[in-house]
Design a binder for this molecule. Structure first.
Ligand SMILES: C[S@@+](CC[C@H](N)C(=O)[O-])C[C@H]1O[C@@H](n2cnc3c(N)ncnc32)[C@H](O)[C@@H]1O
Length: 157
């Protein structure tokens, strides 16, 4: 029996089926006439995405993902600058910010809805070493410098 937070819990990803069904007509119309649907056309997308990555990315982050980079956990403990691109609802970054209080974290997502959710997540945990900004990754300023840049499940976008 999979745990509620296990990646094997199919109930979370099953929510994508009605979500996709609700935008079917719009997608068919785009196939016929060109263009694409924005994230904002997909009801509850960021909510479902946060549940999805909560049981995949977030649940594996500190124990399995960070140790893949030798020395990274130690550097985060000592304090570095971290950017997460396409941060969505900010659960991964807020978890890192809570675990590594000496480091500073910035999350960018071009969805205002996702950023509002991410800020609420940080507020809920009283996390002050993380900030979230609505920003398109295509407009990143090359003068910005980070020690670590992450992107979880967003490169395909
Ligand atoms: C599949 S979701 C993953 C969200 C989050 N990283 C997670 O694991 O829950 C992809 C995210 O990338 C964001 N995104 C896509 N293209 C972007 C761009 N050009 N600049 C910033 N964010 C972008 C979307 O708004 C969405 O929140």
């Amino acid at each position: 029996m999979p745990r509620a937070s296990s990646p094997d819990n199919i109930a979370v990803v099953a929510q994508y089926i009605p979500l996709m069904g609700s935008v079917e007509d719009g997608i068919v119309e785009k196939f016929e006439h060109g263009g694409g649907l924005p994230y904002s056309a997909f009801p509850h997308f960021h909510e479902v995405m946060a549940e999805d990555s909560g049981q995949t990315v977030v649940s594996a982050l500190t124990e399995h993902v960070l140790p893949l980079v030798p020395g990274l956990t130690g550097r985060l403990e000592r304090g570095i600058e971290v950017l997460d691109v396409g941060c969505g609802s900010g659960k991964a970054l807020t978890l890192l910010a809570r675990k590594f209080p000496a480091s500073r974290f910035v999350g960018y997502d071009f969805s205002e809805e996702a950023i509002a959710r991410a800020r609420a997540e940080a507020r809920e945990h009283g996390t002050t070493n993380v900030r979230f900004e609505a920003k398109d990754a295509a407009t990143l300023d090359e003068k910005e410098r980070y020690d670590l840049i992450t992107t979880f499940d967003a490169v395909h976008d």
